[in-house]
Design a protein around this ligand. Structure first.
Ligand SMILES: NC(=O)c1ccc[n+]([C@@H]2O[C@H](COP(=O)([O-])OP(=O)(O)OC[C@H]3O[C@@H](n4cnc5c(N)ncnc54)[C@H](OP(=O)(O)O)[C@@H]3O)[C@@H](O)[C@H]2O)c1
Length: 338
């Protein structure tokens, strides 16, 4: 099959400026953490990527360790790029990351220059690319001087192997320091990638303010709490769901312990608010994150093309009334800590 992207692909998507930079990102990006490993059906992976690109999703988010096995998602994406998207490279933003364990020994983890530079070279080889658009340090490393880690990001930009750089899961204070180090080197820190959803709101305690003051973009991950913020677990655990397949996926996949009665009670009440807005719970959960203008994009995960189509439709209704927001706060604040 020869893939022909939809000619109307840019009509329905919203593109948001990433902080003070010249780069715009689609309000919804596609992440390849799960469902794109060697264990997944290649034709399905391909059709998820096609569906996303056809809907104006121009940004694909990867990391060295996405799979399984680690590196598997970059290999899958590299095959799709080669067979279907080669001539669209300039319409696509590809990101990768390093920071979690990738290969044995002292140089395959965390934040040394040795690890980060080697990892980006490996990622480029797996994806068959000359450069990534954004390269992230995936998590803070308490033992490597920040000057070394940020120096590695700066070097990648100077080598032409990354156009922009970002950080993920850094605290507000760590982010301030990282911005200052990169500024002194002459490379802007483009973007931060934190976890943000109705059920995980720690970014509201200072990080979003830092990003907006520093002119950085923010791209949220796990806005659907890996599928928990959808209707899918309200009547049991579907056999093809992330929870049911967590054992073979590993790598932090949502497992049955997340599906407590208390969590499901909250999810059921949120689903009722979504229904009254005429949205699926997935759509409302994504819209709720995107309602904040400091959010540049939300990275969605998907195991089926239909999920991409459903999620992108959140853009039809991003606004919330004061009453809807109050209802949501009441539901969330009624949550009993477990
Ligand atoms: N920087 C970091 O440390 C970090 C960490 C985690 C993720 N990320 C990035 O963020 C991306 C997204 O993370 P995530 O996979 O946790 O995202 P997510 O969007 O919270 O969860 C994705 C899962 O939700 C379900 N889903 C998605 N759309 C749906 C819909 N419309 N209706 C019903 N169910 C739906 C699917 O579950 P089923 O598979 O069960 O069908 C899908 O696999 C990752 O791929 C990665 O790029 C980054």
């Amino acid at each position: 099959m020869i893939y022909q992207p939809s000619p109307g692909r840019y009509a329905g998507m919203e593109y948001r400026r990433c902080g003070n930079s010249g780069l715009k990102l689609p309000a919804l990006s596609l992440g390849l953490w799960h469902n794109f490993g060697a264990i997944d059906d290649f034709e399905k992976c391909r059709s998820i990527v096609h569906t996303a690109f056809d809907m104006g999703v121009t940004h694909f988010d990867l990391a060295n360790n996405y799979g399984p096995p680690p590196g598997g998602a970059e290999e899958t994406f590299g095959k799709i790029l080669k067979s279907d998207l080669k001539s669209y490279r300039d319409e696509i933003i590809v990101s990768s990351k390093a920071g979690w364990p990738m290969w044995p020994g002292p140089y395959g983890d965390l934040g040394s220059k040795k690890y980060l530079i080697a990892s980006l070279d490996q990622s480029l080889r797996r994806m068959g690319l000359d450069y990534v658009d954004i390269f992230y340090h995936h998590r803070p490393d308490p033992d490597t001087p920040l000057e070394e880690t940020m120096g590695a990001l700066d070097a990648m930009v100077r080598q032409g192997k990354a156009l922009y750089v970002g950080i993920s899961s850094y605290s507000a204070a760590e982010t301030q320091k990282a911005v200052a180090v990169l500024q002194s080197l002459g490379t802007p820190l483009l973007i931060h990638q934190p976890k943000y959803s109705l059920l995980e709101r720690s970014v509201e305690n200072g990080l979003l303010d830092v990003l907006s003051t520093r002119g950085m973009g923010c791209i949220a991950f796990s806005a659907l709490a890996q599928g928990l913020l959808t209707e899918k677990y309200l009547n049991g655990i579907p056999a093809d769901s992330r929870v049911a397949t967590a054992d073979k996926r590993g790598n932090g996949a949502l497992d049955p312990s997340a599906l407590s009665d208390e969590r499901l009670r909250i999810v059921r009440q949120l689903a009722a608010v979504a229904e009254s807005r005429g949205q699926s719970l997935a759509q409302m959960s994504l819209a709720w994150v995107l309602k904040d203008p400091r959010i540049t994009s939300v990275i969605i995960g998907a195991s089926k093309p239909m999920q991409v189509l459903d999620s992108v439709r959140c853009l039809h209704k991003l606004a919330f009334s004061a009453d809807e927001l109050a209802q949501i706060e009441t539901i969330l604040s009624s949550s009993v800590t477990e």
